[in-house]
Design a protein around this ligand. Structure first.
Ligand code: ZN
Length: 464
């Protein structure tokens, strides 16, 4: 066990045994032999007094002798165990966690659960640094956090597993509890050898609560105390001071679980509620009309055929970007929707969204009655596994809208996330920084459909 934890244990022990025994006279009066009778340091008294100058704040105070470490540790462990209600969570272990997830999870979702499971397991073996587990409600993060708690308790590490609301309540209640002072409870929490804070972000955010949480976490950060935080928040939703700690990647490992939220109104294929793919469900490769019976120029027919073949191949294994340009009605939205429908049918997470809708949804989060924060929505859009951005245009966009689109496109470009864009605009009319991204041939395949708009129902023939 690292030295830091030993120090912490001593401090914690001193704090929890303060009552009536912090002065020498107090210890003498009690006249109990708390230590090992054969101990060369304390001769069995269990306390030591260090030689200190008179003006030292610890002068005259007693310290717990090292011969009592094991007993002290046991007491702390059982106190924290009771405080954690881990007896009620003992069935939540790594053994009972199904890393394959529930049925109906896509491949990538399964992979993210499995990865989370492995990282949590490694952490539990020797808790070190911080673990930040992020995922939606019901994704399994509490199960993983409780598994870490149960394993580390079994390994002998005193562990406090607590939800943030319970933590805050336990601090508030000390104000009318005579058995423990606020300071002792506060120290017990911030110095716990392993602290697991479950469901961070559900607490009511009074200034007092915010401040106490920050003090606890900042103390643990500075003292390198192992800490696990689970949350359904995205980083942007977390208070700036704490966020900057969480972004310190040398100290904090991030685990993001991509699993569908069963409490959300996603459709049965796991579609995000913003995704408008359901309105395009009939637009598949099977229903795409190659318009070979129309009298079109050879090059126009060829451009449709190429777009069809490339998008179909892409849908099997999307990597990089596809940009489909062409006039309104040429079939570009149909092909983009066909990619999305095919991926969704395999159980993969897809976000299909028209650019004007996307901007409307982002704007709507600023409405005070909105139940979704801007940061969350923005994060979900820019991180979606496959983003289909239909009808991109920036010509008459406000500077705010332009900036949002640039941010999303930049982020996905830098992270190399599969993206399909359709546009009826000439590239020259797009924002220059977006142009430079989508013209990057290392990343993007540009498909230009030169065919005119499809109008005739008289030629309606379903190919393939
Ligand atoms: Zn001793």
């Amino acid at each position: 066990m690292p030295e830091k934890i030993e120090e912490t244990l001593k401090k914690l022990a001193a704090d929890t045994s303060k009552a009536g025994s912090t002065t020498e006279s107090g210890a003498r009066k009690s006249n109990t032999q708390l230590g090992d009778p054969n101990c060369p340091h304390c001769n069995g008294i269990g306390y030591l007094r260090r030689e200190l100058p008179l003006d030292h704040p610890q002068f005259g105070k007693l310290e717990i002798c090292s011969c009592r470490d094991a007993a002290v540790r046991d007491r702390i462990r059982s106190r924290l165990f009771q405080f954690s209600h881990l007896d009620k969570l003992k069935q939540l272990t790594f053994e009972t966690f199904n890393p394959k997830g529930r049925t109906g999870l896509g491949e990538l979702q399964q992979a993210s659960l499995e990865n989370a499971h492995n990282l949590a397991r490694d952490f539990a073996k020797s808790p070190n640094g911080w673990l930040f587990i992020q995922g939606r409600f019901g994704c399994g993060k509490t199960h993983l956090a409780a598994s870490i708690a149960n394993e580390s308790v079994t390994n002998g590490t005193p562990t406090l597993f607590i939800t943030v609301p319970d933590l805050l309540d336990s601090l508030r209640f000390t104000f009318n509890d005579k058995s423990i002072s606020f300071e002792n409870r506060f120290n017990e929490i911030r110095q716990a050898p392993l602290l697991i804070l479950d469901d961070f972000g559900t607490q009511s955010v009074t200034e007092w609560a915010k401040e106490k949480l920050f003090q606890i976490l900042n103390f643990r950060y500075i003292n390198l105390l192992p800490t696990v935080i689970t949350t359904n928040l995205v980083l942007g939703e977390i208070d700036g001071r704490l966020r900057s700690r969480l972004e310190e990647h040398r100290m904090v490992r991030h685990i993001k679980i991509n699993a569908p939220d069963y409490r959300r109104k996603d459709d049965e294929r796991g579609q995000h509620e913003l995704s408008s793919l359901v309105q395009h469900e009939k637009q598949t490769f099977g229903t795409f009309n190659l318009r070979q019976s129309e009298r079109m120029l050879h090059d126009d027919v060829k451009s449709l055929d190429t777009a069809f073949r490339v998008t179909q191949a892409y849908s099997e294994d999307p990597s990089g970007w596809i940009v489909i340009s062409g006039l309104h009605g040429c079939g570009k939205t149909h092909l983009a929707a066909a990619i999305a429908n095919y991926r969704a049918s395999l159980g993969h997470q897809v976000m299909f969204i028209g650019t004007p809708d996307l901007l409307d949804h982002l704007r709507a989060t600023f409405n005070p009655s909105s139940t979704t924060s801007y940061d969350r929505l923005f994060d979900e859009i820019r991180n979606s596994r496959l983003l289909v951005l239909d009808d991109l245009k920036t010509k008459n966009a406000s500077s705010w809208a332009r900036e949002k689109l640039i941010q999303i496109i930049d982020y996905r470009y830098n992270s190399n996330l599969p993206t399909v864009i359709t546009t009826a605009d000439e590239f020259e009319n797009l924002d220059p920084s977006i142009q430079s991204r989508i013209r990057d041939e290392r990343l993007t395949r540009i498909l230009t459909i030169s065919a005119p708009a499809f109008r005739g129902k008289r030629n309606r023939k379903v190919k393939r």
